[in-house]
Design a protein around this ligand. Structure first.
Ligand SMILES: CC(=O)[C@@H](O)[C@H](O)COP(=O)(O)O
Ligand SMILES: NCC(=O)COP(=O)(O)O
Length: 255
């Protein structure tokens, strides 16, 4: 829900604008402008703007975060690694949401969830520091019961389930089993009183089944929308994704 979309959404869409910046950085130009992408995404129905400030600054830069933060009419969901540099930066910027993610410099994309069981102490300290600044913290984790339990125990109010394995499953049986894993994780999160989001690798033909899961509050989607925008335009790509999510949820609720 936002000033632009005042009716509560049946399911929220956070638009990840990282790869608008990837395209800009490929030529060192000032276009396409991530700020413009964020504002037009809001006009097209986005409920939040997600952006990942990576340690290597391969797409989003510090200045993007600083410029975009005060201009949003919805909310900013800043993805950040659990490092003192990133947590201090987030505390300075004060986005409405920070999603703590794992990061490996050599990876092409975020390969799995943050291991909040293994790094319990470090993640809990970051959650506390961010919460002291009034920032809502989300943990980007694999859809596993022990990860969800640790997230709840350390006091994070939100989790985002990594849907990468589901999105990459090419065999139908494997995709079905990944979907079941996500459904169980959603239930586990809700039972523990958490707001449950999901995302990673979702596109125009695999998002429906995830959006239909009734207790998922928000999906964060980026790469597929930037790619689709090449053919249909940015605002159409955003509104098409939002519409298919809403339709999938409504169809499930009408059953
Ligand atoms: C954490 C996450 O899933 C997204 O932020 C994603 O990582 C963005 O794109 P890249 O992984 O390609 O940087
Ligand atoms: N947290 C997931 C996200 O923001 C979007 O990931 P993707 O759609 O670019 O794979």
């Amino acid at each position: 829900m936002s000033y632009l979309n005042p009716t509560p959404s049946i399911i929220d869409l956070g638009i990840n604008i990282d790869h608008v910046a990837t395209l800009r950085n490929a030529r060192g130009t000032t276009y396409p402008d991530p700020l413009r992408a964020a504002l037009e995404a809001e006009e097209a129905g986005a409920d939040a703007i997600t952006l990942h400030l990576r340690e290597d600054r391969r797409h989003i830069k510090d200045a993007d975060v600083e410029i975009i933060r005060p201009r949003l009419l919805t909310r900013m969901n800043l993805e950040a690694a659990v490092t003192s540099e990133m947590i201090d930066f987030a505390c300075k910027i004060k986005p409405q949401d920070v999603c703590l993610v794992p990061e490996r410099r050599e990876e092409i994309t975020t390969e799995g969830g943050l291991d909040v069981v293994k790094y319990f102490v470090q993640v809990q300290a970051a959650v506390k520091q961010l919460q002291e600044q009034g920032i809502r913290v989300s943990l980007f984790i694999d859809p596993e019961a022990d990860q969800i339990q640790a997230a709840a125990e350390m006091g994070a109010p939100v989790i985002e389930l990594h849907t990468g394995r589901y999105a990459e499953a090419h065999i139908e049986a494997e995709q079905r089993s990944e979907l079941e894993r996500i459904k169980c994780a959603v239930q586990e999160g809700v039972t523990r009183g958490l707001k449950v989001n999901a995302g990673h690798g979702l596109h125009y033909t695999n998002t429906q089944a995830i959006a239909a899961i009734p207790d998922i509050t928000e999906l964060n989607i980026g790469h597929a929308i930037v790619a689709h925008a090449v053919f249909v335009g940015w605002k159409n790509a955003v509104s098409e994704m939002k519409a298919l999510m809403v339709q999938a949820r409504q169809a499930h609720l009408a059953k």
